[in-house]
Design a protein around this ligand. Structure first.
Ligand SMILES: [Zn+2]
Length: 252
């Protein structure tokens, strides 16, 4: 895991696997948003923070493992994420088990988020890192929020605006929901210094806006015509497969 400090009280860790990020914020690293992936990442996070609160942006397993480093910290997630965790716990845990098995790690249980405290889907909440503004962010999944660390000028967006991936649209949420999320993020990005995507590394505001515009053009064109040039990584086989799935989201 590689750490970068982007504000006096904000440190971003990037896992080697999928460049998944976790953000440590507040005095003594009191709040961690999203989490590490591998057992080594979990240990590295545990050594860099003293978390009392853990926040998940959405219910994909690679964002849910911070409790393995801080088992007694308070867990918090928005209502749609808690609903998805309750309804899809078994397949989400299965994906973690499959990843551990494929990488020769001893199997790890998916942390239980059933008792997590509910965050609003939209609006303000207080955390140990100061107030946060919560922005609904569905489209990549049927759940999802972005978290603005108000005092620190940092917006954590979950799986949007990634420099390492093209958009990944959930077929149930749909391209319309994804584009609506990009429009909400656009407004918030305008007022921050840094954007932290769920995969990649911290982005300056101009870089985040470039990615947002490219993703908006890409998805608007798919919605209109059923296909589009990839916004980045056009020769990468994994991204081309994702592009194929995105194009299917227009058929119903
Ligand atoms: Zn992810």
């Amino acid at each position: 895991m590689r750490f970068r400090r982007i504000a006096p009280e904000v440190l971003v860790g990037t896992s080697r696997a999928w460049s998944t990020t976790c953000t440590i914020a507040g005095p003594d690293g009191a709040v961690v948003v999203d989490g590490p992936v591998s057992p080594a990442d979990v240990a590295a996070l545990g050594a860099r923070a003293d978390a009392r609160e853990l926040v998940a942006t959405h219910a994909d397993w690679d964002h849910l493992l911070a409790p393995l480093a801080f088992p007694t910290a308070r867990r918090r997630a928005a209502a749609a994420t808690l609903r998805r965790l309750a309804a899809e716990r078994r397949p989400i845990a299965g994906e973690l088990a499959a990843w551990d098995s494929a990488h020769d790690h001893p199997p790890r249980g998916l942390p239980d988020w059933a008792d997590a405290a509910e965050l609003p889907q939209h609006g303000r909440a207080n955390t140990a890192a100061g107030p946060v503004e919560i922005v609904p962010a569905d489209g990549h999944t049927t759940d999802g929020v972005a978290i603005l660390l108000v005092r620190h000028g940092v917006l954590i967006v979950g799986d949007y605006l990634s420099p390492v991936e093209i958009p990944s649209v959930d077929p149930i949420a749909g391209i319309g929901a994804y584009l609506a999320t990009l429009a909400r993020l656009d407004t918030v990005v305008a007022g921050v210094d840094w954007v932290v995507p769920g995969h990649g590394w911290p982005l300056t505001r101009p870089r985040a806006r470039d990615l947002l515009e490219a993703d908006r053009r890409y998805l608007e064109r798919i919605a209109a015509t059923g296909d589009a040039p990839l916004p980045r990584h056009a020769t990468d086989a994994v991204q081309r497969r994702q592009h194929g799935r995105n194009c299917l989201c227009t058929r119903g």
